[in-house]
Design a binder for this molecule. Structure first.
Ligand code: 5GP
Length: 192
């Protein structure tokens, strides 16, 4: 069993609405050994894909994304949820992302300067639930004319429909762990 799965079973807490809290090792306090192992797995899966950039959304995607970028030796870019006053409208790509956990829609932006048509992008995020964050990031990559080579997810909640949506669009998705259910506050993984 992977270190991430073991840690989820040991320290993950199930909240209402099928929210898994992993604040003690991924989303608030961060255990670098878990993040390192996740990054190594993404590197093994996507190392031959010609990746030029790792792309995520703030804040909780940043830790796995930076560890992954280090292994690929490419820059890491994150979409911002706040609007920088120093970035004019015509200098940015923007899209709307609905947050599953916060139930709010945020306009997220990147500077056009940091993503272009030559880029081959690996999207990384901490969770995949309904796919809103991943689809928003894909939209930004496509606005830039770049290519999405794949999507690396730390924790996929396979009982929600994000994975199905991404598969249907033909994206290569790799999830380090896939959760079949959080029923009765118990984490059950899909068989590997
Ligand atoms: P999606 O956009 O796929 O619906 O949800 C993914 C995003 O919502 C991730 O970026 C993550 O921050 C957040 N998220 C979704 N489900 C969970 C969850 O069960 N636990 C935590 N901690 N975050 C989640």
């Amino acid at each position: 069993m992977s270190a991430l799965k073991e840690r989820i079973l040991k320290d993950g807490k199930v909240f209402p609405n099928n929210v898994l809290k992993v604040d003690s090792f991924m989303n608030h306090q961060i255990d670098p050994s878990i993040i390192r192992e996740i990054a190594r797995e993404f590197y093994e899966i996507f190392k031959d894909a010609g990746i030029t950039k790792i792309f995520t959304i703030e804040a909780s995607g940043i830790a796995p994304a930076i560890a992954t970028a280090e292994l690929f030796d490419v820059p890491m870019l994150f979409a911002k949820k706040t609007q920088p006053s120093t970035l004019a409208n015509q200098e940015r790509y923007e899209t709307d992302v609905h947050s599953y956990t916060k139930n709010v829609t945020s306009r997220v932006i990147i500077s056009k300067q940091y993503l272009n048509a030559d880029d081959v992008v690996l999207i990384v995020d901490d969770f995949l639930a309904n796919g809103e964050a991943a689809l928003g990031l894909i939209d930004l990559v496509e606005q830039a004319g770049a290519i999405v080579a794949g999507i690396g997810i730390c924790i996929e909640k396979s009982f929600q429909d994000g994975r199905t949506k991404l598969d249907a669009k033909g994206f290569k998705v790799h999830s380090v762990c896939r959760i079949a259910s959080l029923d009765n506050e118990k984490v059950t993984f899909l068989e590997d």
